[in-house]
Design a protein. Sequence first.
Length: 274
Amino acid sequence: MTVAATEQIRALVVDDEPLARERIRELLARERDVAVVGECGSGLEAVEAIRRARPDLVFLDVQMPGLDGFGVLAELEPGEIPAVVFVTAYDAFALKAFDVHALDYLLKPFDRERFGQTLTRARETIRRRGNDGIDARLAALLQDALGAAAAAAVAGDAGGDRRYLTRVAVKTQGRVRLLKVTDVDWVEAASNYVRLHVGAERFLLRDTMAALETRLDPEQFVRIHRSTIVNLDRVRELEPYFHGDYVVKLADGRRLTLSRTYRERLEQRLGREL
């Protein structure tokens, strides 16, 4: 949706903390060109409100119990996603990802001056929307932030609380699509990219196999070849091949190669030798 300079910006406030929502509402009340069309205390409420109210702008808390900020966007179709200002307490790695892209963030706690800067950028984003590839930047933002958060969680795994990617943002046909990682059947290397196979669909993601492997849950995804990662939930059977290699047959009939180099990894996941 493109908003003319004379039109009001319809804003939705999403945060599980009532005081945080109140703070944003108070600051927006000073803005003559912004109308608050609602507020939500959970991600599920936010999805419904965005679809119902069709806001131009959402102030979206990243960290919420249940469905978090990224989960909200994952539930929406590309055409339903408004301009987003993330409200976050994320670490420096994620904040660097936000800085690289055109969308803005508010780091809690924030003051009136910082809020004003964010709102100025949000206005510019909304009034350019549809003309400058904002959806592509949103995809890049989500991917960087998701990757940074997952990498930070893995790196800081002193207490065994490791978290992995649950969704991934990809660009397809000029739109952004957010895929649930559990829907990915298998992954293959494709030069400087990886190709995600989801049923009959294929999606390119700018990443390396090694980097992606560290961000996928090893209980569900295992690397079976230098160019292949497979979702174990899709594996139907294993068939001996030559010289210690195996053919991995997926539920859809796809046949992949398990090389000797990676066989031990699969054996560890299965809890037995092949």
